[in-house]
Design a protein around this ligand. Structure first.
Ligand SMILES: [Zn+2]
Length: 191
């Protein structure tokens, strides 16, 4: 609620300043909250629109990537992956903006800290796989995500796993996959 109050307070000031700068009569105390809510909604709808457009581009790029992989067009694969990363970076920026502007309560972190997340990421992926009965040979094993029969489809490098089925991730993502649990749950279990 404090965040919402701050945001409205700041926006109220801006509405008053705007009126003064443009020689409009000062808005009345009943009108200001309405302006504020309109401004906030307008900002949120712009951000949501940008997110929608970015997601559309990501979907198109993913489809193109599949085609390029099928055609074994390596140059296209590299170029499309670059574009995908650019769009993903944009999406993260919009998500942060949305979080900043949104009157919704901040995400519940359930008491996990950044240090706990780092520790969970650093816990050895190969040991975790072995605990779940996977036989890891030369940093390769069956893929826990798509469950194929190939014992070398899932490869581990720098404590991150990757499979041709498209799965890629760190130890936290792997445990989430193995246990079908939440991010917070996985971080807690990996301490
Ligand atoms: Zn796989």
């Amino acid at each position: 609620m404090t965040d919402l109050y701050d945001m409205n307070h700041i926006t109220r000031q801006k509405v008053k300043e705007f009126a003064a700068e443009n020689n409009y009569p000062p808005p009345s105390s009943t009108l200001i909250p309405i302006f504020v809510s309109l401004v906030t909604r307008h900002k949120l709808s712009i951000i949501m629109g940008q997110i929608d457009e970015t997601i559309d581009r990501l979907l198109v790029l993913n489809a193109r990537l599949d085609e390029a992989v099928e055609e074994s067009n390596l140059v296209a694969v590299v170029l499309i992956k670059d574009r995908l990363n650019e769009e993903k970076a944009k999406l993260r920026v919009y998500e942060r903006l949305l979080e900043k502007e949104s009157p919704m309560p901040k995400k519940e972190t359930n008491g996990i800290t950044d240090e706990m997340i780092e520790r969970a990421k650093d816990s050895p992926m190969e040991e975790l796989l072995e605990q779940y009965g996977y036989q890891v040979k030369l940093h390769r094993t069956h893929c826990p995500a798509h469950g194929g029969k190939n014992p070398t489809s899932f490869s581990i490098k720098d404590n991150r796993g990757v499979c041709h089925c498209g799965w890629r991730g760190d130890t936290i993502a792997l445990l989430m996959e193995l246990e079908k649990c939440s991010f917070v749950e996985a971080v807690k279990r990996l301490q």
